[in-house]
Write a protein that binds this ligand. Structure first.
Ligand code: G4P
Length: 312
């Protein structure tokens, strides 16, 4: 286990407010017609909380999957993700940038299409916004109700309690706090979430996350690294990229050696701010490949355990 994951597991990963948030979400789900699940368009599946699916399934509620921050994501990958989600039962997907209020205006209509029976004063359409911290739920909510009701912040878990708001006579929307889940199953999801700042500052080791991100960009968007930092990236690995950033930005420790911690923070901030261009950390294809690798590794582990002679 890497230091990053040791820290991830040692922090109080499912704190009290997450447990009560989950309970409240389950109660609200009972009186909801359509779930608006906000995910980060750059990492839609890694930023999907399996708890949302579970709560939805228990009540058989349809879902509008909102791929938010699409202004930061690779448009080709986003199109692939929308087609992928639209093939799944009970799900419709749309890409928006909630910072652009005009783009979210279509969402209530799309939700209405998923619950056509809820369309009069006696049976208003009841929507519920869900998603992990920092994917843009508050920004989306503010854009939908056209005023500042939810506090927007780049530190996770800013929205603390549920609030309902009317969107005209026949539509209601309920805001829920960012909901994490107890165990992140795949290491790469943890890194992607950390790179995109869904996992808070105190829970991550910037250097490990930066090296992961650099390796991913070397494989998928090498030209963006070269453009932004002005050095050739052929033959480099993630560590060398972070060292290169330190040199380029003249970030040095006391002994004059490259300050990898500062370089990692600068590099991660560039990615978060979109300074490396529109980047998607996963596509349906890379997701499938990752799941297949994880599955194969799990089978090998199971066979090894079964095949190990009893030591007693
Ligand atoms: P949350 O409720 O899900 O926790 O997320 P919140 O709305 O607080 O948004 C988290 C950060 O993501 C905010 O950045 C917000 O502005 C940004 N954000 C939300 N939607 C979008 C989007 O569609 N595109 C982009 N590029 N950013 C988005 P911040 O740094 O705290 O605030 P700000 O300085 O950007 O306003």
């Amino acid at each position: 286990m890497t230091a990053f994951f040791e820290i991830l597991m040692s922090i109080q990963w499912f704190p009290g407010h997450m447990t009560s948030a989950r309970r409240n979400a389950a109660e609200t789900m009972a009186v909801t017609d359509v779930v608006i699940e906000v995910v980060d368009a750059r990492l839609p599946e890694a930023s999907t909380n399996p708890l949302v699916h579970e709560l939805r399934r228990q009540r058989q509620r349809p879902c509008l999957k909102v791929l938010n921050k699409s202004d930061l994501a690779d448009p080709v990958a986003t199109r692939e993700w929308i087609a992928w989600y639209d093939r799944q039962p009970g799900i419709r997907a749309v890409a928006v940038s909630s910072k652009n209020a005009g783009e979210v205006a279509c969402l209530p209509g799309l939700c209405q299409g998923l619950a056509t029976h809820r369309n009069d004063n006696a049976k208003p359409l009841r929507m519920m916004i869900m998603g992990i911290p920092n994917v843009g739920k508050s920004t989306l909510m503010n854009a939908l109700v056209k005023r500042k009701i939810a506090k927007v912040g780049d530190e996770p878990a800013v929205t603390k309690s549920q609030q309902s708001h009317s969107l005209g006579a026949r539509r209601w929307i309920t805001d829920t706090p960012g909901l994490m889940w107890p165990k992140i199953e795949y290491d790469s999801d943890g890194y992607m979430l950390a790179a995109s700042h869904a996992i808070g500052r105190n829970a991550i080791i910037d250097e490990e996350v930066a090296v992961f991100l650099a390796d991913l960009l070397l494989a998928r968007y090498p030209e963006r690294l070269a453009e932004r930092y002005g050095f050739a990236v052929e033959g480099l690995d993630g560590v060398a990229v972070v060292e290169g950033v330190a040199r380029r930005r003249a970030l040095r420790g006391r002994g004059g050696e490259p300050d990898l911690e500062k370089a990692s923070q600068a590099f991660l901030q560039d990615y978060r701010d979109g300074k490396l261009g529109r980047i998607s950390l996963e596509t349906p294809e890379t997701r499938q490949a990752m799941l297949s690798r994880a599955d194969a590794a799990r089978k090998v582990t199971e066979q090894t355990v079964i095949g190990t002679p009893n030591q007693d």
